[in-house]
Design a protein around this ligand. Structure first.
Ligand SMILES: [Zn+2]
Length: 297
């Protein structure tokens, strides 16, 4: 979830303090997804506040934040700066060098996927050089995994970036694109995840709502997300598998500014084995090695 930090319990500036997310709140013992909720631990869930600043001055940005998630390397510290939204050649170097989560999994013969579907205009933008990969698709494709296409989307192999698919009809004007309820999208996500040892879904509209300081839009997004999460958890194998919800940096949780924030980000881990994942986890750089360990055993 791009640009979602743990902010103050202030409904004037923080949509996450204002919105009702009944499913997530039920997981968190009635708490909302704000700074005061973390740390939290119950049988099926843990919520940590994770450091996205990583000891480097300036506001965390998407290219470096996501590259840290993909590599487990404190890239802002090595480079001396946060960078984004798209990777510069220095950040891209970390994602193309065969030392990322997706390349580790591929080398170990694991099935992995980015479950987002991309429309034709995305691929033509990449091919023409008009569009740069962001850090996550760059890590995925550099490791030799393919991105899902419109055809895959129509065949139900991947999900729309807005979860429900409405954006494919309204924004992309692609007639007949599949549309699901948010809860169905969550169930679909769980069903698709069963086909892989590791899968990832990337949601970026939350960062956009933060930059636009769009309270109504942010609330609507989080209401949809709550239904997605309910569908996902309802059909999830809670004994064997883990769901991780996290972010690259703060933004949406403080709509008093258009900029990113230095807030900690959520590390929400759902599933009975959450303890083995969260133990000692304090920042974004700790995530990739833990996923590797869980998947590779
Ligand atoms: Zn941003």
């Amino acid at each position: 979830m791009d640009g979602i930090g743990l902010g103050p319990d202030n409904p004037e500036t923080n949509p996450l303090a204002r919105v009702e997310m009944p499913f997530l709140q039920s997981l968190l013992g009635g708490r909302k997804l704000t700074a005061s909720a973390a740390p939290y631990e119950a049988e099926d869930v843990a919520l940590l506040a994770l450091d996205a600043e990583l000891g480097v001055d300036g506001l965390p940005q998407s290219a470096t934040g996501q590259a840290v998630l993909m590599t487990g390397v404190n890239i802002p510290e090595e480079l001396g700066y946060h960078y984004g939204p798209k990777p510069n050649p220095q950040v891209a170097g970390y994602l193309k060098n065969g030392n990322t989560l997706f390349s580790w999994l591929r080398a170990a013969g694991k099935k992995a996927a980015l479950l987002n579907a991309y429309p034709p205009r995305y691929f033509s933008g990449i091919e023409s050089g008009m569009r740069l990969y962001s850090s996550i698709p760059l890590a995925v494709t550099s490791a030799g995994y393919s991105l899902f296409t419109q055809e895959d989307f129509f065949e139900g192999k991947a999900l729309s970036a807005d979860f429900t698919g409405h954006g494919w009809r309204s924004m992309l004007k692609i007639a007949g694109a599949p549309v699901r309820s948010a809860q169905d999208a969550g169930e679909k996500l769980a069903e698709l995840a069963q086909n892989y040892d590791f899968s990832l879904f990337e949601y970026w509209a939350s960062d956009y709502a933060g930059h636009k300081q769009d309270m109504e839009g942010a609330i609507a997004q989080m209401e949809i997300f709550d239904d997605v999460l309910e569908g996902l958890v309802n059909v999830w194998d809670m004994d064997e598998d883990l769901i991780l919800v996290t972010s690259d940096h703060g933004n949406m949780e403080d709509l008093s500014t258009r900029r990113h924030t230095d807030a900690k980000v959520p590390g929400l881990v759902i599933g009975k084995q959450h303890k083995s994942f969260t133990e000692g986890l304090t920042d974004l750089a700790g995530i990739a090695p833990r996923i590797r360990q869980h998947v590779q055993g």
